[in-house]
Write a protein that binds this ligand. Sequence first.
Ligand SMILES: *Cc1c(COP(=O)(O)O)cnc(C)c1O
Length: 405
Amino acid sequence: MPESTPVNRDLFDDVMVPNYAPSKVIPVRGEGSRIWDQQNNEYIDFAGGIAVNCLGHCHPALVNALTVQGNKIWHLSNTMTNEPALRLAKKMCDATFAEKVYFANSGGEANEAALKLARRWALDNHGEEKSHIIAFKQGFHGRTFFTVTVGGQPAYSDGFGPKPGDVFHAEYNNLDSLKALISEKTCAVVMEPLQGEGGIISPTDEFVKGVRALCDENNALLVFDEVQTGVGRLGSLYAYMDLGVTPDILTTAKALGGGFPIGAMITTTDIAKHLKIGTHGSTYGGNPLACAVAEAAFDTVNTAEVLDGIISKSKLFVDALNQINDKYNVFEEIRGKGMLIGAALTEKYKGRAKEILLAAMDEGVMTLIAGANVCRFAPSLVVPDEDIKQGMAAFEKAVAKIAAN
Ligand SMILES: *Cc1c(COP(=O)(O)O)cnc(C)c1O
């Protein structure tokens, strides 16, 4: 590359596959919930790298784990196991319903493993007929071809040729629609215990418990995709812990690595045994560097100090959004749980969530959207209260601009 080639947003259009439309802002440094761009403009980060940076940027415990492990050993492949992976897996088993862990590198891959395991479990135990997978409309489970097919958004799965078969979609929070699809042929029901990408939709108590009961009646596995909700996001270590329902398989990624790519599928010994030697795998999955960082993130999040703080911080966001709404009347509903909050736009502002996001960026606060009609906040679980106040003041300015025209 010639010395003189400027590294800016234009270069993206020159050299990158055009499947993303990134912001014009190019961040170069972060600390806690603050980010600085190439021009040294400062931003407050309520996007958290899409619910990934659970401890903000450059958290000392994560930087330490990364540098300590970085000076020991980075990668081995699964022909050998390693200490960080074993320690992390043990901690995950101790803290959850699970007895066995499979490491992947992303949420989509963790789900891919869960789906393949469910199919194999059903084949071994019940035969070829039991191959149906039921998921929910508006659900999101990743971008591999199997997971995007299981996801409930045809816009993401259409246009790539024939899809993996025997995948069906029920309506979220509608037990009757699940009842109409589920049968002895169902091998798994896959759900998010709060739909994230689909618009920040919480399940009703009746629904989650009803899904569990229907799975039991039909000998189907219940798979919770906790890629977005897991590792403290909703205020408990995993969302299932607060719902009175235990899944058979759970997937976790995003916040698990606090910013380092890692994913995991966790399950019971009895189910896990169906992924026999050679049935599935990954070159990088369970890589020592990733597991060392994830272990530090897991240890830090799984403390009363961090988890208890989420409730009060969540309330600061919700109160600020309600106050903004009292003035500008742009939101129909403020919803979500813990540090995953959605503000759904009223009819008048429908389709304008991205505009608000861009206006907020101009005011110095990074946010997310969940579809065209929902502003989404997925900040660090330890975002300082002062940053919440300043960030929401900046967000209010953005809303004021949109409301004015
Ligand atoms: C983000 C997400 C995924 C996909 O994770 P990747 O790491 O992008 O593969 C899967 N499921 C849910 C619920 C998610 O939010």
